[in-house]
Design a protein around this ligand. Structure first.
Ligand SMILES: NC(=O)c1ccc[n+]([C@@H]2O[C@H](COP(=O)([O-])OP(=O)(O)OC[C@H]3O[C@@H](n4cnc5c(N)ncnc54)[C@H](OP(=O)(O)O)[C@@H]3O)[C@@H](O)[C@H]2O)c1
Length: 290
């Protein structure tokens, strides 16, 4: 990213994590399960947490990538364990929760980070119901199943924290071509906000991080994102670390609440702007190929 984009990112993106001492005090000895730990934000988060003394349970499908990362973090003096899991597979999620609780006794912090993104117009999706199935499985149903399996013990212990890596897209007017992704991310965001009220009664807390653009393999296929200001995965991981240590209910860019208010007040003009956006943009060749 060029200097101008970095400067712009400093204006529009939330950033900043706890100091090394605050982080260590907050996570040392904690058992933290991070989904989507093989790449991007999740990998960077696992690195930060393991270096600060947490026991990190790393979840994703890529067994070899997780094994290599676990070996690297362990060699550096950390505690990291690979749990190859497909969140879209109910039995795989159940096995993960059972193994994690049996082996480690508890999970103190759940970081719901794994995700699948699809940018494809509805016209290119008529014969692709599986796009909607996959996104809802990975972004909503799998994470719901995992929470159902881990939350009871947290509530019984009257201790625990759940971090959801959500997106600003769940709080601004839906953009064209993102129906599958946005619907599934919004589903979990709303689910957790509702559950949070009940969990707080038993001292289990939640943080929803409304992440703006992060330059990862997820955002890379969208050309406009490659040219836009955004966070590096390591910077996004600092936000996750802040969520774990300070436990705020939300972390979001400064402009998100004003944008929501404006969006409510000016729905008509904004929808007209979306019409223009739709006409000016197109599906990527990969998305259009069916
Ligand atoms: N990048 C952004 O601009 C941005 C913005 C806002 C929010 N977010 C959110 O941030 C989170 C992390 O995204 P990222 O940018 O770091 O993406 P990424 O680099 O593509 O990483 C996604 C992670 O999810 C895992 N995953 C995908 N499908 C899975 C499945 N079926 N079961 C288990 N794990 C699975 C992947 O591992 P395997 O492939 O090994 O399974 C990978 O570790 C996502 O929830 C995303 O919605 C990202």
């Amino acid at each position: 990213m060029g200097t101008v984009m970095r400067a712009l990112s400093h204006v529009v993106d939330p950033r900043g994590g706890p100091s090394p001492a605050e982080l260590r005090a907050g996570v040392a000895g904690q058992i933290v399960l991070v989904t989507g730990a093989s790449y991007g934000i999740g990998e960077a988060t696992a690195r930060v947490l393991a270096a600060a003394g947490a026991t990190v349970l790393m979840v994703a499908r890529s067994q070899r990538k997780l094994d290599e990362l676990a070996a690297e973090l362990t060699a550096a003096g950390g505690r990291a364990h690979a749990y190859a899991t497909d969140l879209a597979d109910a039995s795989s999620v159940s096995a993960l929760a059972a193994r994690a609780l049996e082996r480690h006794g508890r999970v103190d912090v759940l970081v719901n980070n794994a995700g699948k993104s699809i940018r494809r117009s509805i016209a290119c999706s008529y014969d692709r119901f599986h796009d909607f199935q996959r996104t809802i499985d990975v972004n909503y149903l799998g994470p719901v199943r995992l929470l159902l399996l881990l939350l009871p013990q947290m509530r019984a212990r009257r201790s625990g924290h759940i971090v959801n890596v959500s997106t600003v897209g769940t709080r601004v007017p839906p953009a064209p071509r993102w129906a599958a992704y946005q619907a599934s991310k919004t589903a979990y965001d709303v689910f957790l906000r509702s559950v949070a009220v009940e969990a707080r009664a038993d001292r289990v807390t939640t943080t929803s991080i409304y992440m703006s653009l992060v330059h990862t393999r997820m955002s890379a296929p969208t050309p406009v994102f490659r040219r836009s200001p955004g966070l590096r995965p390591e910077e996004a991981a600092q936000l996750v670390a802040r969520a774990i240590v300070r436990k705020p209910r939300t972390i979001a860019p400064w402009w998100l609440t004003p944008a929501e208010l404006i969006a409510d007040a000016a729905r008509g003009p904004l929808e007209a702007a979306m019409d223009i956006l739709y006409r000016l943009t197109s599906d990527s060749p990969e998305a259009a190929r069916r």
